[in-house]
Ligand binder design. Structure first.
Ligand code: AMP
Length: 570
């Protein structure tokens, strides 16, 4: 059935405050637009105005809420409005770990690019010499771990008398790591008329005490305070997958393969993310359309048309763009990131499971966002079970099952007589089981099932359960596990300059090689089809003759370059 799609103005109850409404400077607004941020997150909406007014702030917010921009934008605005810049920093951000120091620095740097903000991370483990030089040249915003900050203060290289604003980020983590005394000593070195901001994922009494001592009449903000009334949250099958960032596209593909949604909407944070993910999904053979605030009404209508007539089954969108969109047949909502507030989670998943139909909500969670998932569970009073991403073996088994089901269906249909002659002639040389196996292999490959990527996705969910929520270091970075690329003995691999995006399937390659080079299908070994190229194993002894024979030949109607794989790598 094709989805019924309506595109109407949404209810007016939601807060539509824009970044421009927050009275941010044009340079900052421009940076946010460039980054593809469409609207402030709830914490940004609530925190930015009082911070711009110079008030102290005590915010309860976990990673994933957008808290970094919530303090970084006011810091930058203050910097832009400062009468003159000295070499001493105007803002100091204290963070628990070096990873967070680097992340916060990158964020401040990208938001403050047009303001020429000088930002420096300072953490232990990094050679101190480079930090000294940078401090000497002059820095506007220092992002430091408490230990190294103390070190520099002691040396007289970090001067705090010009500070206008101090931010304690992830304060609960800093206290847990034993930085309480360091924080006290650092704050004592700062001017008493400074503005102080404290963000913490949890609010234990120790944080309260810290706030009482060092914050002046702070504005208090809590993300995830309001509890949804029981029964208000829609009844939807919910699950979460903990996936390192680098593996998210592959994990999403795999989950979609197993879930096989009729129609799904995938929520992303920014325009860029929407565009990139749509491209990746289309490259993997899905029919995805993107929707975000940068898309014209005409394009939007076209996308709606494709969803309506069933030529697209995945919509990748930002919250802003998806507003007012009602897709009747929607079966799945996917959060490509943890939403920035529980309300947003509830609102998104409310799009499925309507009118008694089963709805499914899937959330991909980066290890560091785990705390936010817990907040959502608390607020919605529902458990969101963490599932394991289907493994390569699960996927293979699932695909083989699909091929088996297709063969079963074909056996039930009474139209196989025409193929009897093929089987009969083959029985002269092979037994029936072998012939059947070869036929199954061809059918499996022809469905495209055999040729998809098979990158293993590390399972980090068990590690997360052991760690405290919110701890960020469980993520194994960008390490990618590739499968071994040595060809079978006696075979060599040929590189073909066309792949999945050109619609190449295994049988097209077998057809071309068998047809032009007079090689038998069974002489051809493993075939791997990537987006833009394919690799085919052929007997070493025939490799050159295959290359020569295929010169000028076409595969699927197009000329394709063919060479030994090692040429391509070397
Ligand atoms: P944080 O909670 O500060 O770690 O931010 C989580 C992620 O959300 C980061 O990747 C930010 O780049 C992104 N982000 C922050 N604010 C917004 C926004 N208003 N719109 C879209 N993405 C955002």
């Amino acid at each position: 059935m094709t989805p019924e799609v309506t595109d109407v103005a949404d209810d007016a109850t939601e807060d539509r405050t824009t970044f421009a409404d927050l009275a941010l400077r044009p340079e900052l607004l421009k940076a946010l637009t460039t980054l593809g941020y469409e609207e402030p997150t709830p914490i940004q909406r609530e925190a930015i105005p009082p911070l711009l007014e110079g008030k102290d702030l005590l915010g309860q917010a976990a990673t994933g809420t957008g808290k970094t921009a919530a303090f970084a934008l006011p810091v930058l605005q203050k910097l832009a409005e400062a009468e003159r810049r000295t070499t001493a920093p105007l803002a100091l951000v204290l963070v628990p770990t070096r990873e967070l120091a680097v992340q916060v620095c990158e964020a401040v740097h990208k938001y403050g690019r047009d303001l020429g903000a000088r930002v420096l991370p300072i953490y232990g483990g990094q050679p101190i010499g480079r930090q000294l030089q940078a401090l000497e040249r002059g820095v506007d915003v220092v992002v430091a771990t408490p230990g190294r900050a103390i070190d520099h203060i002691g040396r007289g290289t970090l001067k705090l008398d010009g500070l206008q604003i101090v931010v304690l980020d992830e304060a609960d983590e800093m206290l847990d790591m034993g930085f309480a005394e360091d924080i006290e000593s650092i704050l004592q070195e700062t001017p008493s008329e400074r503005q102080t901001v404290l963000f913490s994922a949890t609010m234990p009494p120790r944080i309260d005490k810290l706030a009482r001592q060092h914050l002046k009449d702070p504005v208090r903000i809590t993300i995830g305070r309001e509890q949804t009334a029981p029964g208000e949250a829609p009844r939807v099958r919910q699950s979460a997958y903990i996936v390192p960032r680098a593996h998210k596209p592959a994990a999403l593909g795999r989950v979609l393969d197993v879930e096989a949604p009729t129609a799904a909407i995938v929520f992303c944070r920014t325009r860029d993310e929407v565009d990139q993910l749509t491209e990746t999904l289309n490259g993997r053979g899905y029919r995805a359309e993107s929707l975000h605030g940068g898309i014209s009404q005409e394009q939007r209508d076209r996308v709606m048309g494709r969803l309506r007539n069933g030529t697209a089954d995945l919509l990748v969108a930002t919250d802003v763009a998806a507003r007012g969109l009602d897709i009747e047949q929607l079966t799945h909502v996917v959060n490509y990131n943890v939403p920035s507030a529980p309300e947003s989670y509830v609102h998104r998943i409310g799009r499925v499971g309507r009118a008694g139909r089963e709805g499914v909500a899937i959330t991909l969670v980066e290890p560091r966002e785990h705390g936010m998932l817990k907040t959502i569970e608390r607020v919605t009073k529902q458990r969101i079970p963490v599932e394991k991403v289907p493994t390569v073996a699960d996927l293979r088994a699932r695909r083989l099952e699909l091929t088996r089901a297709a063969l079963h269906e074909s056996l039930l249909e009474d139209d196989l007589e025409g193929f009897r002659v093929v089987v009969e002639t083959l029985t002269d040389d092979f037994d029936l089981m072998e012939i059947a196996l070869a036929a199954v292999k061809l059918a499996h490959e022809a469905s495209g099932a055999a040729a998809t990527e098979e990158e293993e996705i590390p399972d980090v969910s068990a590690r997360i359960d052991r760690d405290r929520p919110g701890r960020g270091s469980a993520e194994p970075g960008n390490r990618r596990e590739r499968r071994p690329r040595t060809p079978t003995a006696g075979m060599t691999r040929l590189f073909f300059g066309a792949g999945r995006s050109a619609g190449i399937r295994p049988q097209d390659l077998v057809g071309a090689i068998a047809g032009e080079a007079k090689l038998k299908g069974r002489d051809i070994g493993a075939i791997e089809i990537a987006d833009r190229f394919s690799l085919v194993e052929v007997p070493e002894s025939s490799a050159q003759s295959v290359i020569v024979a295929l010169r000028g030949a076409t595969v699927k109607g197009r000329k394709v370059s063919v060479r030994l794989e090692r040429d391509q790598q070397g």
